[in-house]
Ligand binder design. Structure first.
Ligand code: F6P
Length: 502
């Protein structure tokens, strides 16, 4: 076990000393700290120098990567070995953006492109409604909102995820049946939220005398279930089972993006991700951005014991990025059993939360600066905006940089006003993109995907299954069932069930 190695034990010991040290003292002691802890790649800058980690900790962590055979595991992932062992599946989202592509990927992309071109040409639709949840919603929703202002397709894309009828009702209220195309996005095509929403949407279309074939397409791996719903094979855009839900926006699941933003923008997104795949494969570990991101997270969670992570994009267009990252990180690494079936004895993935700056500053930053619980922060900034209001942008980014400075430096308070003290020494990283193009957004997403992978390897868990979502689903089904055995339900649950009229 990796956590019994001398390196792991040394890291545990070293973390005790580091907790007593200050980030500013590392800047004084390590002359080349900025270059050691920051990496530039293709216009992107990742700066981890304001982290509570010194050179020795970084060296030990890099050594741990070797002991964990990180590079070998990375190569196994890219080669399509079945590293998702509990589901006996390959993990090949990187193949969706590889060049040259595999045959099935090339065919799927060609079908998407043809559909986009004919849809744009026909002018038949004004609104596209993507019905999906989890990975079949969060990635596409996040990317669409980040880039929609640059789109010239004239199509308006909506996302419906929640089983809550208010979600669908609001979107249907904004659309007209004759000019609406529904995309039913579901890898399994068995997800209750998606199927319930899709059936209600189907009624909305057919009760106007319109045909399902003209208003519905499906993105799925499950041809039989798609057919049973009433969507024919030519209106289904398939992908392979080796595409995990939270890694699926690069597959047919991204069709709402190709339609809404244009196929060229979708291709650029894939290209940006491919660029990071190459960086991840080729850059030496200590010059490798996803590796440094992953090591920083591991150090915070496991060795320093910080249980949360604030994702703070200083760009309104990245409004949905923290929500997307919640699934990517928490569904991947919120686990307590190793790949070999042992219970872990150390903390794994953090609680991820956040919202765009500066809004977050007026909501939860009080906690970030003064709570006794320390939350590492990940700032994301875009250097060149896509609007003419220069003054806004200067204020925005100076706030972002000032927050990372304030978290690190803190401030003493007058003795009689202890409530004004900022302890400082709170770690943060900053990731800068030159601009928010499809290409750079593709890079950003792939960086986080690979960060998640790096951490999973070092925690020795399987980042690609999600058994933890099953129990609640099964119990909801049981509560809904007519013949459930009310006597076996605990008093609280039975009481709530009654009040909710289930
Ligand atoms: O939340 C569990 C989950 O299986 C996710 O991993 C997945 O992204 C989501 O449900 C939706 O699944 P599907 O695409 O099969 O509808």
């Amino acid at each position: 076990m990796l956590n019994n190695t001398v390196t792991w034990l040394s890291l545990t010991q070293h973390a005790k000393q580091i907790k007593e040290a200050s980030i500013t003292s590392f800047f004084e002691a390590e002359e080349d700290r900025l270059s050691q802890f920051s990496i530039q790649h293709e216009g992107i800058t990742y700066d981890a120098s304001k982290v509570l980690m010194d050179k020795r900790a970084l060296d030990l962590l890099l050594f741990l990567c070797e002991e964990a055979e990180l590079e070998q595991w990375r190569d196994k992932m890219f080669a399509g070995e079945h590293i998702n062992n509990t589901e006996d599946r390959a993990v090949l989202h990187t193949a969706l953006r590889a060049n040259p592509p595999r045959d099935e990927v090339e065919n799927a992309l060609a079908k998407m492109q043809r559909f986009c071109e004919s849809t744009h040409k026909s002018g038949k639709y004004k609104d596209i409604v993507n019905i999906g949840i989890g990975g079949s919603d969060l990635g596409p929703r996040m990317v669409y909102h980040a880039l929609k202002d640059q789109s010239k397709t004239g199509l308006n894309v909506h996302y419906v995820a929640n089983i809550d009828g208010h979600d669908l009702k609001r979107v249907l209220g904004e659309c007209t049946p004759e000019t609406t195309l529904f995309i039913v996005a579901s890898k399994t095509f068995t997800t209750i939220e998606t199927l319930t929403n899709a059936h209600t949407a189907k009624n909305w279309i057919t009760e106007k005398g319109l045909a399902v074939k003209d208003h519905f397409i499906a993105l799925s791996t499950n041809m039989n279930a798609v057919n049973a719903f009433g969507i024919e094979a030519q209106n289904m855009f398939p992908f392979e089972e080796w595409v995990g839900g939270r890694f699926s926006l690069w597959s047919s699941i991204g069709l709402s993006l190709a339609l809404g933003l244009g196929f060229e923008a979708f291709s650029q997104l894939l290209e940006g991700a491919r660029n990071i795949d190459e960086h991840f494969k080729q850059a030496p570990l200590k010059e490798n951005i996803p590796v440094l991101m992953g090591l920083t997270g591991l150090w915070h969670d496991t060795f320093l014991g910080f249980p949360a992570l604030a994702c703070l994009p200083y760009d309104q267009r990245l409004e949905y990025f923290p929500l997307y990252l919640q699934q990517l990180d928490m569904e991947s690494n919120g686990k307590a059993v190793t790949k070999d079936g042992f219970t872990v004895s150390y903390p794994t993935g953090p609680v991820v939360f956040g919202q765009p700056g500066t809004n977050g500053q007026h909501a939860f930053y009080q906690h970030l600066h003064q709570s006794p619980m320390i939350t590492p922060c990940e700032f994301i900034g875009v250097v060149n905006p896509d609007h003419p209001y220069t003054e806004h942008h200067k204020i925005l980014l100076s706030n972002m940089i000032a927050q990372s400075q304030a978290l690190m430096l803190g401030k003493r308070a007058p003795e009689d006003q202890p409530y004004r003290a900022f302890s400082g020494n709170r770690p943060s990283t900053t990731l800068l993109l030159p601009e928010l193009t499809p290409y750079h957004l593709g890079q950003l997403i792939a960086l986080y995907e690979h960060k998640t992978f790096v951490q999973g390897i070092l925690w020795q868990i399987n980042s690609f299954d999600q058994w933890g979502v099953e129990l609640g689903k099964a119990m909801a089904k049981n509560l809904l069932a007519e013949n459930n055995d009310a006597d076996t339900i605990d008093p609280s649950t039975a009481h709530l069930k009654g009040l909710c009229k289930i």
